[in-house]
Design a protein around this ligand. Structure first.
Ligand code: 2RA
Length: 341
């Protein structure tokens, strides 16, 4: 008898992807509860040939639930996450609400990253717990970089992101589509989500900019990497940019290692890492792209090359792409739930 699973925020882009990942992976749930705000309650949804009615999220929603997959924004997680935990539920939370809280595991469950961080949490105990899904940019980056880090220890990492509309939600995806049509028709583009033209443009990530000049998205990469690697010494800097791509993020990553790692070894390590696909054909100029990884599970890595600006074999450059809604959010959370089961 499989666990009772609740999907919180089921009408959102990630909520919908939770369902599609549960279906694709044939997740062995016993019962499924679809939860959302009052506004969406009462809506009918068909999943695996069964009709479900979306229920309003309340304190009572978690009675009898074993695992809850949350993606309804930070304030909903803060309000209802602890309620669910008190009722013995294991909450896998996709928001940033609990990521940096001490004692809350921040997990990328591939063996090459940090599944051990949640080894103490067991479904069979019926004791509630919170597990946080890292931010999408961190997941996509560390899927590729952690196997190299385990081999040669990263001392410094410089990340430049090219982030898709999906990271800002379904409304941003719709706005990108609408603006593209409007611009091509010679009309003034409708700018509601980002307050500036997105189609045929790019801009610094829309999260708030702190006093030190970094925006929140960039700081997430810094702090979450340290927590996931359990390494406060690693030096990370990032520049995060929103590009007019629908649903997959790209990242250019420059690495400095403590120990030497040559290009061939790096290629072998990446080729054998779970959840990573190497696309690195120099002759054909064929490398990862957001479209190549859209709606797929693996993070693609290419442009693997020695950083000529660093001594010996202590530096590498790589380029990664990963589906933001899938491995960057829903798939990672469902993989965590699979490990618990
Ligand atoms: C983004 N931080 O802006 C989001 C996704 N979690 O892409």
């Amino acid at each position: 008898n499989g666990p009772t699973v609740a999907v919180v925020g089921v009408t959102g882009a990630v909520g919908q992807e939770f369902l599609s990942v549960l279906d694709d992976r044939d997740f062995p749930y016993g019962k499924l509860k679809l939860l959302a705000s009052k506004r969406s309650a009462g809506k009918h949804m068909t999943f695996q040939d069964r009709d479900y009615v979306v229920e309003e999220l309340t304190d009572e929603s978690f009675n009898g639930v074993d695992i809850a997959l949350f993606s309804a924004g930070g304030s909903i997680s803060k309000e209802f996450g602890p309620v669910a935990v008190d009722k013995g539920v294991i909450v896998v939370d996709n928001s940033s609400a609990f990521r940096m809280v001490d004692g809350v595991p921040l997990v990328i469950p591939e063996a090459s990253v940090n599944p051990d961080a949640m080894a103490h949490i067991r479904l069979s105990n019926k004791k509630g717990a919170l597990i946080a899904n890292p931010n999408c940019s961190t997941i996509i980056c560390l899927m590729a970089v952690t196997p190299l880090h385990r081999h040669a220890k990263v001392k410094r990492m410089v990340v430049s992101t090219y982030q898709a509309a999906s990271g800002a939600g379904a409304a941003a995806m719709a706005e990108l589509e609408q603006q593209t049509r409007e611009v091509l028709e010679g009309k003034e583009p409708t700018c509601k989500i980002f307050n500036q033209q997105y189609a045929f443009n790019l801009f610094s990530h829309n999260s708030s900019v702190k006093e030190n000049g970094y925006n929140e998205e960039e700081l997430k990469l810094v702090k979450e990497t340290r927590k996931i690697w359990d390494d406060d010494e690693v030096r990370v800097t990032a520049t995060c940019v929103r590009v007019p791509v629908m649903r997959a993020h790209a990242e250019s990553i420059n690495l400095q290692f403590e120990k030497p790692v040559d290009e061939e070894t790096a290629r072998q390590i990446l080729s054998s890492a779970n959840g990573v696909t190497v696309i690195d054909d120099r002759d054909a100029n064929s490398f990862p792209t957001p479209l190549k990884v859209s709606s797929t599970d693996d993070v693609a890595v290419g442009r693997i090359r020695r950083d000529l600006s660093q001594d010996g074999h202590h530096g590498l450059d790589i380029f990664v792409c990963g589906d933001q809604i899938r491995k960057g959010a829903a798939l990672n959370a469902v993989q965590i739930a699979e490990k618990l089961w």
